[in-house]
Design a protein around this ligand. Structure first.
Ligand SMILES: Nc1nc2c(c(=O)[nH]1)N[C@H]1C(S)=C(S)[C@@H](COP(=O)(O)OP(=O)(O)OC[C@H]3O[C@@H](n4cnc5c(=O)[nH]c(N)nc54)[C@H](O)[C@@H]3O)O[C@H]1N2
Ligand SMILES: Nc1nc2c(c(=O)[nH]1)N[C@H]1C(S)=C(S)[C@@H](COP(=O)(O)OP(=O)(O)OC[C@H]3O[C@@H](n4cnc5c(=O)[nH]c(N)nc54)[C@H](O)[C@@H]3O)O[C@H]1N2
Ligand SMILES: [Mo]
Length: 779
């Protein structure tokens, strides 16, 4: 009913987190996916889809790790990730899983099952991997969940204390159109990279940011980019570039705040009316607590920037309608709460919060929609049901949890205890890409008795599992797409069949639910097509309330046309209503105002997150390197893919250097180490080592190397440090948290060493099948 696969060649619509695509299907195979003609700025990431789906890394049949199949569940003592797999029939795999779920529930309870299963999975409202897994496990007693995300955990936990819900911040960010019309100056910490704005969770029908930013520039808005990497600001913005030491932004912001204060440029009336706690800040800025005024000279010493330039910038910010943009990357470092709180503090002192084109925003550029669009109505989703297990971990504590069952930890004012997890089930995420300190994670992954992973590809995570289930890709099943902050519904017809024995996850869970006698509770008697029609029916009602008539499902899914909803607030101003009437529109903070000092947070008594914005240097940064040989590694989002997704695709691979992930090196740092452009290099520290391909560029600050995230982890286990042959930065990052407040990941503060790699570089193996044996050799 959904697509006409019988035609020898057809061009059909598909959707992904990076936008809609036109897929060319020939003889039951996708041969190309390109951007959609309605999209003014389509993402080249589409260029990976066909080659990745047809690639050699697909999981083709259910597979079980050899000694798990022979000996049953148990700790793995280094064998996970090192052993061959045995392919088994679906019946056998599902019997094993049903038996294991029953065993763990019976012996240890559902609190021993972890399905926090973080990750972006794929676009599509129904076939959302985590929702499917959670719904299934909720029908059999629940699971330990995870809370927060890797993107902006510090913001999720801190912002409700000081301003309000962070997701609301992002949704209601001041629009670029308001900046174009009213703004004069945009000061960006970490830039507003067009590279990362290719992506919007769940999908983005039209990429608007490039045009919106250019409109600001054309209207005369000036941009300043404070970032170690020049390209974090689009060239067309002609931004002034200040390249500080990574991790020093809080000091810079406090230095700017100090200049405002001592020169009387701060807006006392705004501070009095809309904030609490400025007195504490004032004494901190003046050094009355610690004897250290946070003046421009002090900020310059921390950041490596020029003191006079910082003073001039503070004056200019006070004299202009200024928007401060802080990238979420800043809060993915140690004490990542502080640049957020310092942003709010600095913007409050400027007094422009709630004014058109002014104030502050966090995460502009981290997604396509921020400042460009907001979802006008709610989209339907698959209900996950209720989880009877209330236990969870902050998302980035996965290794901590697995290595320390029963141990206590702090989190946002709570004292919590890690559960004793026996069964881990991951669907739609790749912790062996996303988590920090992969050698530690490898150790942690030996602890559970069983690990199940549902995957499209033999990622490093699949290779560290006991049971791997092959699943269908978005183009191999029928669905509809709608970005969480987008304004369009996009048809996602099934374009081709899944390869070999890969299946839709919904059907897998139905078969498992039948084995566990919960099929009715899981499926409610619906097939996946029934669910899609049911969800579309609900969507039709929602749309009608907005006077929008949706086509019938069959017409929509075959019709190759998206449905767009009108943009309700094209010039929205963040906190405009609060500014207009701070009593009627009080913030959801204890005081109802912006909390420059939080009694609640101060009451937690965390040395790593005091009661107001403060400069707490990271343990690893250029300001305290004891050896000039050390470099600061930034590991930002890759231009050529989404995280680790489709890294085996043609477009991602076309940018590799010598087959390795590119690392950006300043020519001065390269020269000092005898490294030439295109060389294979070795990055290393006490935690691990990896190869990468050298790209020499003046666009990166001296002393900093930039290694993109997401290269599929490819360890050589015969090497004592498990040399990653490919270039995943997380073999080098530490597994420390932002602070006890939010326990967020802190990947961006890591020091590394760099050398030319001598000798013959080993082949990359992770894009091929792992060692798979036939069942006969074990049975
Ligand atoms: N060093 C460092 N590390 C970082 C970051 C950083 O800046 N620096 N950034 C962090 C951030 S912000 C994030 S969000 C994370 C991202 O981390 P992840 O979200 O874990 O990364 P993805 O590569 O998107 O992983 C998604 C996985 O789901 C699989 N998948 C896709 N669709 C489906 C499906 O339908 N079903 C199933 N079962 N699987 C599917 C894909 O094949 C892929 O392996 O990384 C974090 N890690
Ligand atoms: N193409 C593509 N787009 C993506 C993603 C992807 O994988 N691929 N991932 C998406 C996701 S899940 C997220 S959360 C967002 C993340 O969005 P961001 O967090 O904004 O993205 P990053 O690339 O990690 O960081 C942006 C820039 O911050 C700068 N930076 C790093 N550390 C510092 C610092 O200490 N100080 C200053 N001033 N600058 C610093 C780096 O130069 C980097 O280029 O991106 C999203 N967009
Ligand atoms: Mo993210």
């Amino acid at each position: 009913m959904v697509s006409d696969n019988s035609a020898r060649s057809a061009t059909l619509m598909t959707a992904s987190h990076w936008g809609p695509g036109r897929a060319v299907v020939e003889n039951g195979r996708i041969v190309n996916v390109s951007g959609h003609e309605d999209d003014p700025d389509p993402s080249p990431i589409n260029g990976n889809i066909a080659s990745s789906l047809n690639g050699r890394a697909r999981v083709l049949r259910p597979a079980v790790r050899e000694s798990w199949l022979r000996d049953g569940p148990g700790r793995a003592a280094g064998r996970r990730g090192a052993e061959p797999f045995v392919e088994v029939s679906w019946d056998r795999a599902l019997d094993l899983i049903a038996g294991e779920v029953t065993r763990v529930r019976g012996q240890h309870g559902n609190g021993a099952i972890f399905a926090g299963s973080y990750g972006w999975s794929s676009a599509g409202r129904f076939h959302h991997a985590q929702s499917q897994l959670k719904r299934f496990l909720n029908t059999v007693g629940g699971f330990v969940a995870s809370e927060g995300n890797y993107s902006y955990n510090a913001a999720l936990v801190l912002m409700p204390h000081i301003v309000g819900n962070f997701r609301q911040h992002v949704k209601e960010a001041t629009r670029w159109r308001s900046v174009a019309r009213n703004g004069e100056l945009v000061v960006m910490f970490g830039g507003v990279p067009l590279r990362s704005a290719q992506v919007g969770a769940g999908g983005v029908y039209r990429h608007r940011l490039r045009a919106d930013l250019e409109a600001c520039r054309q209207a005369g808005v000036d941009f300043v980019s404070i970032s170690p990497y020049r390209n974090d600001a689009a060239q067309s913005l002609q931004a002034e570039w200040l390249a500080p030491r990574p991790g020093s932004d809080t000091a810079i912001m406090l230095g700017l705040a100090h200049t405002l204060l001592v020169e009387g440029l701060h807006d006392q009336a705004f501070l009095d009316r809309y904030t609490v706690g400025f007195d504490k800040l004032r004494s901190y800025l003046l050094g009355q607590e610690d004897g250290q005024p946070k003046d421009a000279e002090w900020a310059a010493r921390q950041s490596g920037l020029d003191a006079e330039r910082l003073r001039a910038l503070a004056r200019r910010m006070a004299a202009s309608r200024t928007l401060i943009c802080t990238a979420v990357s800043l809060q993915r470092g140690e004490h990542g709460e502080q640049p957020l709180w310092a942003t709010v503090t600095l913007a409050s002192m400027l007094g422009q919060i709630g004014l058109p084109g002014g104030g502050y925003g966090i995460g502009y550029g981290s997604e396509a929609h921020i400042g460009t669009m907001d979802r006008p109505v709610g989209w339907p989703s698959l209900p996950q049901g209720d989880n009877p297990v209330k236990d969870f971990i902050p998302v980035a504590m996965i290794s901590d949890m697995l290595l320390n069952p029963g141990q206590g930890y702090d989190y946002n004012g709570e004292k919590r205890v890690f559960p004793d997890v026996r069964l881990v089930w991951w669907a739609g995420g790749n912790p062996f890409h996303h988590h920090q300190d992969l050698n530690r994670l490898r150790e942690a992954f030996q602890q559970p008795e069983t690990i199940i992973v549902n995957e499209l590809n033999w990622t490093a995570t699949a290779r560290h599992a006991d049971i791997v289930l092959p699943v269908a890709a978005p183009q191999e099943r029928c669905d509809f797409g709608a970005g969480t902050q987008d304004n369009a519904l996009i048809p996602m017809p099934k374009l081709v069949d899944p390869p070999a024995e890969a299946r839709c996850e919904y059907d897998i869970y139905c078969d498992l639910a039948a084995r566990l006698d919960v099929l009715d509770a899981f499926s409610e008697g619906r097939s996946s097509e029934d669910w899609l029609r049911h969800m579309w029916q609900r969507m039709t009602q929602t749309a009608l309330a907005e006077d929008i008539r949706l086509p019938e499902w069959d017409e929509f899914i075959t019709g190759q046309k998206a449905v767009e909803f009108p943009d309700r607030a094209p010039e929205h101003v963040f906190l405009g209503d609060f500014r207009a009437d701070p009593r009627a529109n009080a913030l959801p903070t204890p005081s109802g105002r912006i909390e420059l000092y939080s009694q609640v947070i101060a009451g937690f008594d965390y040395a790593d997150c005091p009661g107001h914005a403060a400069w707490l240097p990271p343990r690893e940064w250029l300001g305290n390197r004891n050896d000039p040989d050390l470099l600061h590694m930034v590991s930002g989002q890759p231009a050529t893919r989404l995280h680790s997704q489709l890294d085996n695709g043609d477009y991602s691979r076309s940018r590799k250097v010598g087959g390795r992930e590119p690392v950006l090196i300043n020519p001065a740092d390269a020269q000092a180490r005898g490294i030439a452009d295109g060389d294979i290099v070795l990055l290393h520290n006490d935690r691990g080592r990896c190869l990468a391909g050298a790209v020499l560029t003046e666009d990166i600050r001296p002393g900093v190397v930039f290694l993109w995230t997401g290269a599929w982890y490819d360890p050589d286990l015969s090497d004592p440090q498990h040399l990653d042959r490919h270039g995943n930065p997380n073999v080098l990052t530490h597994d420390w948290r932002t602070s006890r407040l939010s326990q967020g990941p802190a990947a961006h503060s890591a020091l590394v060493r760099l050398a030319r790699f001598e000798g013959v570089a080993p082949d990359i193996r992770v894009f091929d099948q792992p060692d798979i044996r036939s069942a006969d050799s074990v049975d």
